[in-house]
Structure formats: structure tokens, C-alpha cells
Design a protein around this ligand. Structure first.
Ligand code: HEM
Length: 373
């Protein structure tokens, strides 16, 4: 559903205006801080940006809805993270623990809150469709409702299925993107030569223009190399998502029984000297440029040493959607501003534990407006 209907290259392209508008809003928010001489918490800013891009693509809405969704997602992630009773206890004992700790009640509450929120979204879309008829760019929810009406989805699109798909999209797309951008800014602050090189490229390619257009991004080789290097060192889902083997298999001599829970440690693979050489732990985007030794290594799941999006059948279906959203945001942040750590603070590159791994301490930086040609 996602690959064919929601995130085909054509549809991913159609969200260009959404990305451009949200990148402009990002710049406006940073400019406000720059003019006031204040530090900004990048996490807030970038979460807002990523959530707005994904929410607008999924359901054509941002603003208050995005705020509400942020709260819902935070609560759900907190409940999903960490050790679960089922992981260590027999079934009956796990049930008792869940009941006694109130986990079941809190999970039910979350399910209800999501259900209400998504039902309202569907109702609004159906109402809007009645009032306006078809036309204009479709968001994911529009597409799913149309496929249901046409009966061409290949499966029965019940309300529950539609809600799950929309929620999965927003969930899968928000924190992954904002975490990547936060690490990108942290690495660039820690490696000022890379920041200078990226600023030079973005300024050169957009020279004389007032805005960055998506066509410009295709001419920013270093920007792409920076993002690859960030995703190599800091894959936002470091263990991807858990998989389960369907049949018995042998991997490098190890017997893996059917129905084993399998985790791929993309984080460790991305730092393995056997794949990346002695400087595996260092931030060196140039390795992905011509002559850098890794120019041919791509992140779409074909090269197993770089797996931030996974690989194979369950590879992230949104790579063509995610990359331009990351590129335009990062290019905008470095084109319009110089960034500094607030006086008296140090860059902390420690990682937070969890399903996604943002920096442990949210990155705070002071933007300074750049003089542009
Ligand atoms: C930096 C950005 C992103 C990264 C690093 C990322 C990474 C991933 C990873 C590692 C997986 C699991 C792959 C596996 O099963 O092994 C995944 C799945 C998925 N991603 Fe992304 N993702 C990103 C952005 C997005 C965005 C923006 C969306 C939606 C608009 C999205 C939608 C999905 C969906 C729906 C799945 C589940 C696919 C399935 O179950 O087969 N992702 N992503």
C-alpha cells in the first residue's frame, strides 16, 4: 500500500510544496531566535518541522493537530519502549504484572485516544470531500478513502486499517527525521570544517536566489554525503525494527530457528572497521564523494554496510519522501544561519536509549543570520 499508492516517487515529489513551506517556517522560527540573540532547542524546532511535513502529507493538516499528535506519540513511545513483562516472564505471570502495574489500563487509554483522534480525521476528510469534491493534491488519507471507494486496494480497507496505516506513517516518519537532523547539526558543530564546506556548497548552488528549490538539492553532492555520514553514525532506529524469521536458517554457521525474534544492529554495522576502515568512528562525509573510497555506497538497502532504512522487502518505503525533506531542512539551516554553542556549554555527543536514539541532551544552539549574496 505504502510503496505503490502512498509513497511512489511521483507522489513523494508532489509533496515538494509542503516541504518548501515547512522549511520556510523553520527558517522563520530560527530567524526569530537569531534576532532576539537567543539559543534555540533544535529538537523542538526539528520535531515540529518533521511532524508538520509528515502530518500534512498524511492527513493534510498541521498546527493544533500536530501538537495533539506529538502528545499522543510521546505517551505511546514511553509505553512501548524498554523491557516488557512478556520478554522475561511466562504468559500468565506477565498478564498479572501488566494488570497490577496498570500497564493494560494505560495501553487501553492510549488505544482509545488514538482511535478518537483518527476517527475525527477520517470524518473531516469525508466531510471535506462531500463539500469540495475531488481535485487538488491528495494526502495519504484521501488516497486510502478513494481506493476504498473504488474497491481497487486489493484488500478490504476498513476504518481500522486506514487508521493504522495513517498512524504508522506519522509515527514512522516524525522522530526518525527529526533525530537525523538533530545529529546532523551536532556533527556539523563538532566539525566546523564540514560546516564551512557545506555552507560553501549551499551558498554557491543557490547564489542569487531568494529561496532554495528542490532542483538545487540535486546539485548538492556534499549535502548528500553529510546526510549519509550522519545516518551511518547515527541511524535513528539503531536496531531497525524487530523482525521474525519465518523458516529455519543458517547464518555464518549459526542455526536460527523459525519464529526467532531478530534484531539487525545497523548502528554497529555502520561503525565496523571491517567495512569502514580505521576512521570508522570519525565523521568524514568526504568518504562518500568521488575518490573518497565509498562513493558507490548507497543507503537504499543494496549495500549492507549502510542500513539506516533497513533492506529487503520491509525496507523503509519512504526513502524518496524522507531524503528531500532532510536535505531542504539542513540546507536551509546552514544557508541562512551560522550556529554556535551557547557560551559556557559543551557539545555532548552521548546518545539517549530508546526505540530511536536522539542525543541524550537536547542540542541547544544560537543562530546568527548570515549575510547572503
Ligand atoms: C530519516 C528518516 C527515516 C529513517 C532513517 C527510517 C528508517 C526506517 C526503518 C529502519 C524501518 C524498518 C525497516 C525494517 O523493517 O527493517 C522503517 C520502516 C518504515 N518507515 Fe521509515 N524511516 C525514515 C522516514 C520515514 C518517513 C518520513 C516515513 C513516512 C512518511 C516512513 C515510513 C515508514 C513505514 C510505513 C515503515 C514500515 C514499513 C513496513 O512495515 O514494511 N519512514 N523506516
Amino acid at each position: 500500500m505504502a510503496v505503490v499508492h502512498l509513497l511512489s516517487p511521483r507522489r513523494a515529489d508532489s509533496f515538494g510544496p509542503v516541504r518548501a513551506a515547512e522549511a520556510a517556517a523553520l527558517v522563520t522560527a530560527a530567524r526569530r531566535a537569531a534576532e532576539a540573540g537567543e539559543a534555540v532547542e533544535l529538537r523542538d524546532l526539528l520535531y515540529g518541522y518533521s511532524n508538520a511535513v509528515v502530518t500534512r502529507a498524511a492527513a493534510g493538516t498541521a498546527g493544533v493537530t500536530a501538537e495533539k499528535m506529538k502528545r499522543l506519540m510521546g505517551n505511546t513511545t514511553a509505553l512501548m519502549s524498554g523491557l516488557q513483562a512478556e520478554d522475561v516472564l511466562p504468559n500468565v505471570a506477565a498478564k498479572v504484572v501488566r494488570w497490577a502495574t496498570g500497564l493494560d489500563r494505560r495501553l487501553d487509554g492510549q488505544v482509545e485516544a488514538w482511535d478518537k483522534f483518527l476517527s475525527e480525521m477520517i470524518a473531516e476528510h469525508l466531510e471535506k470531500k462531500c463539500a469540495d469534491g475531488a481535485g487538488g493534491e491528495e494526502d495519504f488519507l484521501d488516497v486510502l478513502l478513494r481506493l476504498r471507494e473504488e474497491g481497487t486496494a486489493g484488500l478490504e480497507l476498513t476504518d481500522d486499517r486506514i487508521k493504522s496505516i495513517v498512524k504508522d506513517m506519522i509515527f514512522a516518519g516524525t522522530e526518525t527525521s527529526s533525530t537525523t537532523l538533530e545529529w546532523a547539526m551536532a556533527e556539523l558543530i563538532g566539525n566546523p570544517w564540514a560546516m564551512a564546506k557545506l555552507q560553501d556548497e549551499v551558498t554557491r548552488v543557490t547564489n542569487g536566489k531568494t529561496t532554495i528549490e528542490e532542483d538545487d538539492l540535486s546539485r548538492m553532492e556534499y549535502l548528500k554525503a553529510v546526510l549519509k555520514e550522519v545516518l551511518r553514525l547515527h541511524p535513528p532506529a539503531p536496531l531497525l525494527v524487530p523482525h521474525e524469521s519465518t523458516t529455519q536458517a543458517v547464518v555464518q554457521g549459526y542455526q536460527i530457528p523459525a519464529k526467532s525474534a531478530l534484531f539487525i544492529n545497523a548502528w554497529a554495522i555502520g561503525r565496523d572497521p571491517a567495512a569502514w576502515g580505521d576512521a570508522a568512528e570519525e565523521f568524514r562525509p568526504d568518504r562518500f564523494l568521488d575518490g573518497g573510497g565509498m562513493a558507490g555506497v548507497d543507503l537504499r538497502g543494496n549495500d549492507y554496510q549502510l542500513l539506516p532504512f533497513g533492506a529487503g522487502r520491509r525496507v523503509c518505503p519512504a526513502i524518496s519522501f524522507a531524503l528531500p525533506a532532510l536535505e531542504i531542512a539542513l540546507a536551509s539551516l546552514v544557508r541562512y544561519f551560522d550556529w554556535e554553542l551557547p557560551t559556557g556549554t559543551r557539545l555532548d555527543m552521548s546518545e539517549a536509549p530508546g526505540l530511536t536514539t536522539p542525543p541524550l541532551a537536547p542540542l541547544r544552539l544560537v543562530p546568527k543570520c548570515r549575510t547572503l549574496n
